[in-house]
Design a protein around this ligand. Sequence first.
Ligand code: PMP
Length: 424
Amino acid sequence: MKQDLSRSMFEEAQGLFPGGVSSPVRAIKPFPFYTRSAKGSHITDVDGNELIDYCLGYGPLILGHAHPYIMEAIRSQLEKGWLYGTPSETEIQYAKKIRMYYPSMNVMRFVNTGTEATMGAIRAARGFTGRDKIVKIEGGFHGAHDAVLVKAGSGASTIGVPDSLGVPVDIAKNTLQVPYNDVLAMEEVLSAHKDEIACVIMEPVMGNMGPILPKDGYLKAVRNITREYDTLLIFDEVITGFRINMFGAQGYYGIDPDLTTLGKIAGGGLPIGVFGGRRDIMETVAPNGGVYQAGTYNGNPMSLTAGMAMVDFLERERVHHKVNEMGKAMWQSLTDVVRSMKLDYTVSGISSMFQIFFGPQPENYTDALKCDKAKFMEFWRHMLENGVFMPPSQFETNFLSYAHTKEDLERTVFAFKKSLGAIK
Ligand code: PMP
């Protein structure tokens, strides 16, 4: 695969950006490909290689790239101006629509990224409860702000230590972590820190270590325990919202969190974040209450219009019906390949999300870490050579879109078999 232009662009970028990139996961070794354009399920690099895309901007593009319906919505909003700094009717319409599908989000705020959404939700939880500590799940990713850039200490439910330089120890110590799918650990941490924990923040389905699904009854147990200890439950549905189905993981599993964060698909591919939940909690957010949150681009008409067009289209065309069927076909075909080759790898999936684990099916972060990451990257490179772009990490999720075709799927399964064969 010829990649001369990408290679030289990356060399030039070294002098301009830390590590040559604007976000760390893009710094693929020895160099990433530079995108020229993208349409539907395909992404084309500056050297002219056309790839089937399962990264899809890390999740937002459930209709594929440059979908005409979203494009038209964006275009018509552009004509009317792209930033007002005042309220607009679109935010009322869109909030009502979101609340229809996420009734737990009774009152909400529009922000610009998933990071801002989780930051706002955590601050609201702390402000409402008057407590400082929070609990997150080991390996869970909620964006790049101080409270959640924390890794676990030596074992479950230990005090967190910063996962990044620049995060004060005094902040990280308030973030406790427990393993996913472990009810006992959750119970233990909440009882050991009774009256100290503002909230538990979690991805209901772990999307940031491949999809890892909750065990039967796990989410319900977490809901019950958090209620018992008067700790708020935040579902971070930045990935799963409008992805698993219209109702997100909370609808799929029938659990009402106290607060929810959305992002990605909710912006139709433009930057967005949303946090919202119980009225009494959200009443603490400024200007009504003392929890400060503000933003120049909050509720900007471009992101709202793109997001609302996305939700309209998903609803009208029953998109999840098709993409979720495709997802099932995909992970079943990939599982068949793994079995027929007698490999001890696992393909995990839910709705239109999937991932191959180079190891047994993980239940939590410790399990996921045991997967062979070097082998995954070798496999990833072969997939790219065979025309398939997957997110470049064992701990990311692949996404299907409405734009993927039967032919894309067949080519992908073929590439999958060839790539596994090449690294065996
Ligand atoms: N929460 C989750 C579950 C995410 O996956 C991400 C990003 N991948 C974020 C929050 C942060 O979102 P953003 O990158 O838009 O800040």
